[in-house]
Design a protein around this ligand. Structure first.
Ligand code: ZN
Length: 61
């Protein structure tokens, strides 16, 4: 089930992964991720993509 937290996570996930959100927001997102499999899936996917990207950047530099 999509909730308002789902759209919040959608919106802030990239920043969350870059550790570029306030601690309050971070807690909200973390808490939502632990209770929402949908968003957790998005989180894992995005995290995978980002870690892959940073590896590529390291490789190129
Ligand atoms: Zn969600």
């Amino acid at each position: 089930m999509r909730t308002t937290y789902c759209s919040l996570v959608d919106q802030y996930l990239p920043k969350y992964l870059e550790d570029d959100v306030s601690s309050v927001r971070k807690e909200q997102i973390k808490e939502h991720l632990s209770s929402c499999p949908d968003c957790r899936g998005d989180y894992k996917r995005l995290k995978f993509v980002l870690s892959h990207l940073s590896q590529v950047e390291e490789y190129c530099s």
